[in-house]
Design a protein around this ligand. Structure first.
Ligand SMILES: Nc1ncnc2c1ncn2[C@@H]1O[C@H](COP(=O)(O)OS(=O)(=O)O)[C@@H](OP(=O)(O)O)[C@H]1O
Length: 415
Protein backbone atom coordinates (compact mmCIF):
# COMPACT_ATOMS: atom_id res chain seq x y z
CA UNK A 1 0.00 0.00 0.00
CA UNK A 2 2.67 2.50 1.04
CA UNK A 3 4.82 1.37 -1.91
CA UNK A 4 2.05 2.16 -4.39
CA UNK A 5 1.63 5.61 -2.80
CA UNK A 6 5.25 6.33 -3.34
CA UNK A 7 4.82 5.47 -7.04
CA UNK A 8 2.25 8.31 -7.62
CA UNK A 9 4.10 10.96 -9.64
CA UNK A 10 4.53 14.33 -7.95
CA UNK A 11 2.69 16.02 -10.85
CA UNK A 12 -0.57 14.14 -10.05
CA UNK A 13 -0.35 14.88 -6.35
CA UNK A 14 -0.01 18.57 -7.17
CA UNK A 15 -3.09 18.48 -9.46
CA UNK A 16 -5.13 16.66 -6.79
CA UNK A 17 -4.15 19.18 -4.09
CA UNK A 18 -5.00 22.10 -6.42
CA UNK A 19 -8.48 20.66 -7.06
CA UNK A 20 -9.06 20.27 -3.31
CA UNK A 21 -8.02 23.88 -2.66
CA UNK A 22 -10.38 25.22 -5.38
CA UNK A 23 -13.31 23.16 -4.05
CA UNK A 24 -12.61 24.41 -0.52
CA UNK A 25 -12.51 28.06 -1.66
CA UNK A 26 -15.77 27.64 -3.60
CA UNK A 27 -17.42 26.09 -0.51
CA UNK A 28 -16.36 29.06 1.62
CA UNK A 29 -17.69 31.52 -0.98
CA UNK A 30 -21.03 29.74 -1.33
CA UNK A 31 -21.69 29.39 2.39
CA UNK A 32 -20.17 32.63 3.63
CA UNK A 33 -22.31 34.29 6.34
CA UNK A 34 -23.74 37.83 6.25
CA UNK A 35 -20.68 39.90 6.86
CA UNK A 36 -21.41 43.47 5.93
CA UNK A 37 -24.35 45.67 6.56
CA UNK A 38 -24.94 46.07 2.84
CA UNK A 39 -25.21 42.33 2.17
CA UNK A 40 -28.68 40.95 1.56
CA UNK A 41 -29.59 38.78 4.55
CA UNK A 42 -29.97 35.17 3.46
CA UNK A 43 -32.37 32.71 5.01
CA UNK A 44 -29.60 30.19 5.42
CA UNK A 45 -27.66 32.65 7.57
CA UNK A 46 -30.26 32.65 10.30
CA UNK A 47 -28.94 32.28 13.80
CA UNK A 48 -29.74 33.61 17.23
CA UNK A 49 -27.24 36.06 18.65
CA UNK A 50 -28.41 35.13 22.10
CA UNK A 51 -26.21 32.12 22.79
CA UNK A 52 -26.77 32.02 26.54
CA UNK A 53 -30.54 32.01 26.21
CA UNK A 54 -32.27 28.70 26.75
CA UNK A 55 -31.82 26.83 23.48
CA UNK A 56 -35.15 26.14 21.96
CA UNK A 57 -33.99 24.44 18.83
CA UNK A 58 -33.57 20.73 18.43
CA UNK A 59 -30.59 20.03 16.29
CA UNK A 60 -31.55 18.42 13.01
CA UNK A 61 -30.93 14.71 13.12
CA UNK A 62 -30.22 12.34 10.26
CA UNK A 63 -33.11 10.14 9.18
CA UNK A 64 -35.55 12.29 11.08
CA UNK A 65 -38.81 10.71 10.09
CA UNK A 66 -40.78 13.73 11.41
CA UNK A 67 -39.03 16.12 9.07
CA UNK A 68 -41.17 15.87 5.99
CA UNK A 69 -44.41 15.70 7.89
CA UNK A 70 -43.86 18.34 10.50
CA UNK A 71 -42.20 21.03 8.49
CA UNK A 72 -43.36 20.57 4.92
CA UNK A 73 -46.74 18.92 4.83
CA UNK A 74 -49.74 20.56 6.45
CA UNK A 75 -51.45 18.38 9.02
CA UNK A 76 -55.16 17.77 8.76
CA UNK A 77 -57.37 16.97 5.81
CA UNK A 78 -55.49 18.99 3.23
CA UNK A 79 -55.77 22.21 5.23
CA UNK A 80 -53.26 24.57 6.76
CA UNK A 81 -54.10 26.30 10.02
CA UNK A 82 -56.17 29.34 8.98
CA UNK A 83 -54.23 31.69 11.19
CA UNK A 84 -51.03 31.42 9.20
CA UNK A 85 -50.22 33.81 6.39
CA UNK A 86 -51.05 32.45 2.93
CA UNK A 87 -47.44 32.30 1.87
CA UNK A 88 -46.96 29.43 4.33
CA UNK A 89 -47.54 27.14 1.38
CA UNK A 90 -44.72 28.52 -0.67
CA UNK A 91 -42.03 25.88 -0.70
CA UNK A 92 -38.46 26.88 -1.24
CA UNK A 93 -36.60 23.64 -0.99
CA UNK A 94 -33.52 25.03 -2.68
CA UNK A 95 -32.63 26.83 0.56
CA UNK A 96 -31.46 24.79 3.45
CA UNK A 97 -32.65 26.09 6.81
CA UNK A 98 -30.39 23.72 8.66
CA UNK A 99 -27.32 25.83 7.98
CA UNK A 100 -28.03 27.83 11.09
CA UNK A 101 -24.63 27.46 12.60
CA UNK A 102 -22.76 29.82 10.34
CA UNK A 103 -20.48 32.07 12.26
CA UNK A 104 -19.48 35.65 11.84
CA UNK A 105 -16.48 35.70 9.56
CA UNK A 106 -13.12 35.64 11.27
CA UNK A 107 -11.91 39.17 11.86
CA UNK A 108 -15.41 40.73 11.81
CA UNK A 109 -17.06 41.94 14.97
CA UNK A 110 -20.44 43.45 15.79
CA UNK A 111 -20.97 45.64 18.82
CA UNK A 112 -24.09 44.70 20.78
CA UNK A 113 -25.16 47.53 23.06
CA UNK A 114 -22.46 49.01 25.30
CA UNK A 115 -21.23 45.84 26.94
CA UNK A 116 -20.94 43.05 24.36
CA UNK A 117 -19.57 42.27 20.95
CA UNK A 118 -20.25 39.34 18.69
CA UNK A 119 -17.49 37.80 16.61
CA UNK A 120 -16.49 34.44 15.21
CA UNK A 121 -16.20 33.12 18.80
CA UNK A 122 -19.78 34.14 19.65
CA UNK A 123 -21.00 36.73 22.13
CA UNK A 124 -18.32 38.24 24.37
CA UNK A 125 -18.07 40.96 26.96
CA UNK A 126 -16.14 44.04 25.85
CA UNK A 127 -12.77 44.70 27.56
CA UNK A 128 -13.14 45.55 31.24
CA UNK A 129 -11.98 49.12 30.72
CA UNK A 130 -14.85 49.67 28.26
CA UNK A 131 -17.28 48.01 30.67
CA UNK A 132 -16.19 50.41 33.40
CA UNK A 133 -16.38 53.40 31.08
CA UNK A 134 -19.90 52.41 29.93
CA UNK A 135 -20.99 51.61 33.49
CA UNK A 136 -21.97 48.08 32.48
CA UNK A 137 -23.53 46.18 35.35
CA UNK A 138 -25.97 43.38 35.93
CA UNK A 139 -29.22 45.17 36.52
CA UNK A 140 -32.63 43.96 37.51
CA UNK A 141 -35.12 44.25 34.66
CA UNK A 142 -37.04 47.45 34.19
CA UNK A 143 -39.35 45.74 31.74
CA UNK A 144 -40.44 42.11 31.36
CA UNK A 145 -42.30 39.85 28.98
CA UNK A 146 -44.21 37.43 31.14
CA UNK A 147 -46.19 35.14 28.82
CA UNK A 148 -48.63 33.71 28.13
CA UNK A 149 -47.12 30.34 27.22
CA UNK A 150 -47.29 29.49 23.47
CA UNK A 151 -48.49 32.97 22.52
CA UNK A 152 -45.24 34.20 20.92
CA UNK A 153 -43.03 35.17 23.87
CA UNK A 154 -39.88 33.71 22.30
CA UNK A 155 -40.33 35.62 19.05
CA UNK A 156 -41.01 38.98 20.62
CA UNK A 157 -38.00 38.53 22.87
CA UNK A 158 -35.82 37.82 19.83
CA UNK A 159 -37.08 40.93 18.08
CA UNK A 160 -36.62 43.13 21.14
CA UNK A 161 -33.08 41.79 21.37
CA UNK A 162 -32.36 43.49 18.05
CA UNK A 163 -33.24 46.92 19.42
CA UNK A 164 -30.14 49.01 20.06
CA UNK A 165 -31.64 50.55 23.23
CA UNK A 166 -32.71 47.27 24.83
CA UNK A 167 -30.65 44.58 26.56
CA UNK A 168 -32.82 41.52 26.87
CA UNK A 169 -31.93 38.21 28.45
CA UNK A 170 -33.14 34.85 27.42
CA UNK A 171 -35.79 33.26 29.57
CA UNK A 172 -34.97 33.47 33.29
CA UNK A 173 -36.61 31.85 36.27
CA UNK A 174 -38.36 34.68 38.09
CA UNK A 175 -38.19 34.08 41.84
CA UNK A 176 -41.79 33.35 42.71
CA UNK A 177 -41.50 31.62 46.05
CA UNK A 178 -43.83 32.97 48.68
CA UNK A 179 -40.83 33.48 51.01
CA UNK A 180 -38.72 35.26 48.44
CA UNK A 181 -35.56 36.77 49.93
CA UNK A 182 -33.07 39.39 48.78
CA UNK A 183 -30.69 36.48 48.14
CA UNK A 184 -33.14 34.91 45.64
CA UNK A 185 -33.45 38.20 43.85
CA UNK A 186 -29.71 38.69 43.79
CA UNK A 187 -29.29 35.21 42.27
CA UNK A 188 -31.83 36.15 39.62
CA UNK A 189 -29.98 39.40 38.97
CA UNK A 190 -26.85 37.33 38.38
CA UNK A 191 -28.63 35.67 35.46
CA UNK A 192 -29.07 39.04 33.72
CA UNK A 193 -26.86 40.31 30.95
CA UNK A 194 -24.63 43.27 31.64
CA UNK A 195 -26.33 46.47 30.60
CA UNK A 196 -25.38 50.12 30.59
CA UNK A 197 -27.67 52.90 31.84
CA UNK A 198 -28.25 53.74 28.15
CA UNK A 199 -30.20 50.52 27.46
CA UNK A 200 -33.34 49.12 29.01
CA UNK A 201 -32.67 45.84 30.87
CA UNK A 202 -35.34 43.25 30.12
CA UNK A 203 -36.01 39.55 30.54
CA UNK A 204 -38.75 37.05 29.77
CA UNK A 205 -40.62 34.13 31.25
CA UNK A 206 -43.98 32.55 30.60
CA UNK A 207 -44.34 31.55 34.25
CA UNK A 208 -44.73 34.81 36.18
CA UNK A 209 -48.12 35.57 34.70
CA UNK A 210 -49.55 32.38 36.23
CA UNK A 211 -47.78 32.78 39.60
CA UNK A 212 -49.97 33.42 42.63
CA UNK A 213 -50.87 37.02 43.37
CA UNK A 214 -48.97 36.92 46.66
CA UNK A 215 -45.79 35.75 44.87
CA UNK A 216 -46.18 38.50 42.31
CA UNK A 217 -46.53 41.02 45.08
CA UNK A 218 -43.39 39.78 46.87
CA UNK A 219 -41.23 40.09 43.76
CA UNK A 220 -42.66 43.51 42.96
CA UNK A 221 -41.22 44.82 46.22
CA UNK A 222 -37.71 44.28 44.81
CA UNK A 223 -38.37 45.82 41.40
CA UNK A 224 -38.71 49.31 39.97
CA UNK A 225 -42.00 50.94 40.92
CA UNK A 226 -42.71 51.62 37.28
CA UNK A 227 -41.76 48.15 35.99
CA UNK A 228 -43.22 47.71 32.50
CA UNK A 229 -44.92 44.44 31.72
CA UNK A 230 -45.68 42.97 28.31
CA UNK A 231 -48.22 40.16 28.09
CA UNK A 232 -48.82 38.54 24.73
CA UNK A 233 -52.05 36.59 24.24
CA UNK A 234 -53.54 34.81 21.26
CA UNK A 235 -56.77 33.03 20.39
CA UNK A 236 -57.02 30.61 23.35
CA UNK A 237 -58.21 27.77 21.10
CA UNK A 238 -55.08 28.06 18.97
CA UNK A 239 -52.99 28.43 22.13
CA UNK A 240 -54.37 25.17 23.50
CA UNK A 241 -53.61 23.36 20.24
CA UNK A 242 -50.12 24.83 20.14
CA UNK A 243 -49.46 23.75 23.73
CA UNK A 244 -50.69 20.24 23.01
CA UNK A 245 -48.62 19.90 19.82
CA UNK A 246 -45.63 21.15 21.78
CA UNK A 247 -46.08 18.55 24.52
CA UNK A 248 -46.62 15.72 22.06
CA UNK A 249 -43.66 16.75 20.03
CA UNK A 250 -41.47 16.66 23.13
CA UNK A 251 -42.69 13.13 23.84
CA UNK A 252 -42.05 12.03 20.26
CA UNK A 253 -38.62 13.49 20.41
CA UNK A 254 -37.58 11.86 23.65
CA UNK A 255 -38.82 8.54 22.25
CA UNK A 256 -36.85 9.14 19.11
CA UNK A 257 -33.73 9.81 21.11
CA UNK A 258 -34.11 6.48 22.87
CA UNK A 259 -35.13 4.57 19.77
CA UNK A 260 -34.37 6.14 16.41
CA UNK A 261 -36.79 3.87 14.59
CA UNK A 262 -39.82 4.98 16.62
CA UNK A 263 -42.53 5.06 13.98
CA UNK A 264 -44.40 8.33 13.54
CA UNK A 265 -47.21 8.03 11.08
CA UNK A 266 -50.51 9.81 10.55
CA UNK A 267 -49.49 12.71 12.78
CA UNK A 268 -52.59 14.64 11.87
CA UNK A 269 -54.86 11.89 13.19
CA UNK A 270 -52.70 11.17 16.21
CA UNK A 271 -52.67 14.83 17.17
CA UNK A 272 -56.36 15.37 16.50
CA UNK A 273 -57.36 12.35 18.51
CA UNK A 274 -54.94 12.94 21.35
CA UNK A 275 -56.01 16.53 21.82
CA UNK A 276 -59.61 15.39 21.95
CA UNK A 277 -58.77 12.71 24.54
CA UNK A 278 -56.94 15.27 26.64
CA UNK A 279 -59.57 17.97 26.55
CA UNK A 280 -62.84 16.03 26.51
CA UNK A 281 -63.98 13.67 29.24
CA UNK A 282 -65.24 10.72 27.16
CA UNK A 283 -67.63 9.50 29.87
CA UNK A 284 -69.53 12.82 30.02
CA UNK A 285 -68.58 14.39 26.69
CA UNK A 286 -67.73 17.58 28.59
CA UNK A 287 -64.66 19.77 28.44
CA UNK A 288 -62.08 19.03 31.13
CA UNK A 289 -61.78 22.66 32.14
CA UNK A 290 -59.54 21.84 35.10
CA UNK A 291 -56.75 20.93 32.66
CA UNK A 292 -53.89 23.44 32.44
CA UNK A 293 -54.10 23.10 28.69
CA UNK A 294 -57.58 24.64 28.85
CA UNK A 295 -57.12 26.92 31.86
CA UNK A 296 -54.09 28.76 30.49
CA UNK A 297 -56.38 30.30 27.88
CA UNK A 298 -58.50 31.92 30.59
CA UNK A 299 -56.38 35.05 30.27
CA UNK A 300 -58.69 37.28 32.25
CA UNK A 301 -57.96 35.35 35.45
CA UNK A 302 -54.24 35.97 35.17
CA UNK A 303 -54.60 39.55 34.05
CA UNK A 304 -56.91 40.35 36.93
CA UNK A 305 -54.27 38.87 39.24
CA UNK A 306 -51.69 41.20 37.71
CA UNK A 307 -53.95 44.18 38.27
CA UNK A 308 -54.05 43.40 41.96
CA UNK A 309 -50.35 44.10 42.06
CA UNK A 310 -49.56 46.45 39.17
CA UNK A 311 -51.44 49.38 37.69
CA UNK A 312 -53.14 49.12 34.29
CA UNK A 313 -50.73 51.56 32.67
CA UNK A 314 -47.82 49.27 33.59
CA UNK A 315 -49.32 46.52 31.43
CA UNK A 316 -49.12 46.24 27.68
CA UNK A 317 -51.33 43.51 26.29
CA UNK A 318 -50.28 42.45 22.84
CA UNK A 319 -52.40 40.61 20.29
CA UNK A 320 -50.34 37.50 19.41
CA UNK A 321 -52.43 36.84 16.30
CA UNK A 322 -51.79 40.31 14.87
CA UNK A 323 -48.14 39.92 15.84
CA UNK A 324 -47.88 36.76 13.71
CA UNK A 325 -49.61 38.41 10.75
CA UNK A 326 -47.24 41.37 10.87
CA UNK A 327 -44.85 42.02 13.76
CA UNK A 328 -43.99 45.61 12.82
CA UNK A 329 -47.11 47.49 14.04
CA UNK A 330 -46.99 45.59 17.36
CA UNK A 331 -43.32 46.38 17.82
CA UNK A 332 -43.86 50.08 17.10
CA UNK A 333 -46.48 50.14 19.86
CA UNK A 334 -44.17 48.24 22.19
CA UNK A 335 -41.45 50.86 21.59
CA UNK A 336 -43.85 53.61 22.61
CA UNK A 337 -44.92 51.67 25.68
CA UNK A 338 -41.31 51.02 26.74
CA UNK A 339 -40.28 54.60 26.00
CA UNK A 340 -37.33 53.57 23.82
CA UNK A 341 -36.33 55.37 20.60
CA UNK A 342 -38.01 54.28 17.37
CA UNK A 343 -35.87 51.61 15.76
CA UNK A 344 -37.88 48.99 13.82
CA UNK A 345 -38.44 49.40 10.11
CA UNK A 346 -40.41 47.51 7.50
CA UNK A 347 -37.32 46.07 5.83
CA UNK A 348 -36.15 44.44 9.08
CA UNK A 349 -38.80 41.77 8.60
CA UNK A 350 -39.19 39.12 5.94
CA UNK A 351 -41.35 36.08 5.66
CA UNK A 352 -39.56 32.76 5.81
CA UNK A 353 -40.88 31.11 2.63
CA UNK A 354 -40.56 27.69 4.20
CA UNK A 355 -42.86 28.39 7.15
CA UNK A 356 -44.80 31.54 6.32
CA UNK A 357 -43.68 33.12 9.61
CA UNK A 358 -41.70 36.32 9.81
CA UNK A 359 -38.00 36.42 10.50
CA UNK A 360 -36.05 39.53 11.40
CA UNK A 361 -32.72 40.90 10.39
CA UNK A 362 -31.21 44.29 11.09
CA UNK A 363 -27.94 45.46 9.58
CA UNK A 364 -26.52 46.26 13.04
CA UNK A 365 -26.79 42.61 13.99
CA UNK A 366 -25.03 39.65 12.41
CA UNK A 367 -27.80 37.11 11.87
CA UNK A 368 -31.34 36.50 10.86
CA UNK A 369 -33.65 35.88 13.81
CA UNK A 370 -35.76 33.09 12.58
CA UNK A 371 -37.54 30.42 14.58
CA UNK A 372 -36.53 26.83 14.01
CA UNK A 373 -39.61 25.42 12.24
CA UNK A 374 -39.31 22.28 14.34
CA UNK A 375 -39.80 24.30 17.52
CA UNK A 376 -41.93 27.33 16.69
CA UNK A 377 -44.55 27.70 14.04
CA UNK A 378 -45.33 24.00 13.90
CA UNK A 379 -48.29 22.86 11.84
CA UNK A 380 -51.44 22.42 13.90
CA UNK A 381 -54.02 19.68 13.43
CA UNK A 382 -57.49 20.83 12.43
CA UNK A 383 -59.90 20.34 15.32
CA UNK A 384 -63.18 18.62 14.66
CA UNK A 385 -66.18 20.94 14.81
CA UNK A 386 -67.52 19.50 18.03
CA UNK A 387 -64.30 20.01 19.96
CA UNK A 388 -63.68 23.46 18.52
CA UNK A 389 -67.27 24.45 19.32
CA UNK A 390 -66.89 23.30 22.93
CA UNK A 391 -63.66 25.20 23.34
CA UNK A 392 -65.09 28.37 21.78
CA UNK A 393 -68.19 28.19 23.98
CA UNK A 394 -65.99 27.80 27.01
CA UNK A 395 -63.67 30.71 26.23
CA UNK A 396 -66.29 33.14 24.87
CA UNK A 397 -67.47 34.64 28.18
CA UNK A 398 -63.89 35.03 29.44
CA UNK A 399 -62.82 36.67 26.18
CA UNK A 400 -65.74 39.10 26.14
CA UNK A 401 -65.09 40.04 29.74
CA UNK A 402 -61.42 40.54 28.94
CA UNK A 403 -62.28 42.85 26.04
CA UNK A 404 -64.54 44.88 28.33
CA UNK A 405 -62.42 45.09 31.45
CA UNK A 406 -59.15 45.74 29.65
CA UNK A 407 -60.57 47.74 26.78
CA UNK A 408 -59.22 45.43 24.07
CA UNK A 409 -60.51 45.03 20.54
CA UNK A 410 -58.56 41.99 19.27
CA UNK A 411 -60.90 40.41 16.68
CA UNK A 412 -60.58 36.85 18.05
CA UNK A 413 -61.92 38.00 21.43
CA UNK A 414 -65.32 38.27 19.76
CA UNK A 415 -65.43 34.84 18.04
N1 LIG B 1 -42.25 34.82 13.68
C1 LIG B 1 -42.64 33.70 14.28
N2 LIG B 1 -42.05 32.52 14.00
C2 LIG B 1 -42.47 31.38 14.59
N3 LIG B 1 -43.46 31.31 15.51
C3 LIG B 1 -44.07 32.46 15.83
C4 LIG B 1 -43.70 33.69 15.24
N4 LIG B 1 -44.47 34.67 15.77
C5 LIG B 1 -45.29 34.07 16.63
N5 LIG B 1 -45.06 32.75 16.67
C6 LIG B 1 -45.84 31.82 17.48
O1 LIG B 1 -45.17 31.59 18.71
C7 LIG B 1 -45.67 30.35 19.19
C8 LIG B 1 -44.79 29.84 20.31
O2 LIG B 1 -45.00 30.68 21.41
P1 LIG B 1 -43.96 30.87 22.57
O3 LIG B 1 -42.66 31.33 22.01
O4 LIG B 1 -44.56 31.76 23.58
O5 LIG B 1 -43.80 29.40 23.11
S1 LIG B 1 -43.17 29.01 24.52
O6 LIG B 1 -44.20 29.20 25.53
O7 LIG B 1 -42.00 29.85 24.75
O8 LIG B 1 -42.81 27.57 24.35
C9 LIG B 1 -45.68 29.48 17.97
O9 LIG B 1 -46.65 28.47 18.17
P2 LIG B 1 -46.74 27.19 17.21
O10 LIG B 1 -47.26 27.73 15.90
O11 LIG B 1 -47.72 26.27 17.84
O12 LIG B 1 -45.38 26.59 17.12
C10 LIG B 1 -46.02 30.45 16.85
O13 LIG B 1 -47.35 30.35 16.40
Amino acid sequence: MSASFRKVPLKYSFIAISILVVVHILTIIIYRPISTSTDEPKPWDMKRVDKTAKQTSLSPRKNDSTKETLSDRPIGPGKVPPILPDNRNIKDKSKSYSKSDNHVEKGRSFILGDCYRYNSHGKQLLPSETLRKNNCQKRLPKAVIIGVKKCGTWTIRQYLGLHTSITINGETQFPTSINITAKDVSKWKDEMYYSSPRTLPMTETSQYVIARVESKRRLKAFLDDDLKIIVIIRDPVTRAVSDHVHKLFEVFHSSLLRNESFPITHEGDVLRESIKDTIIDVSTGRLRDGQQLVRFGQYITYLRGLLEVYSRDQLFILDGEAFIEDPLPSLLRVETFLGVPKFYKRDHFRVNPQTGFYCAHVPERPFYHCADPKRKGRPHPTLDDDLEGKLRDYYRPFNLQLAKEFDLDFPWLFH
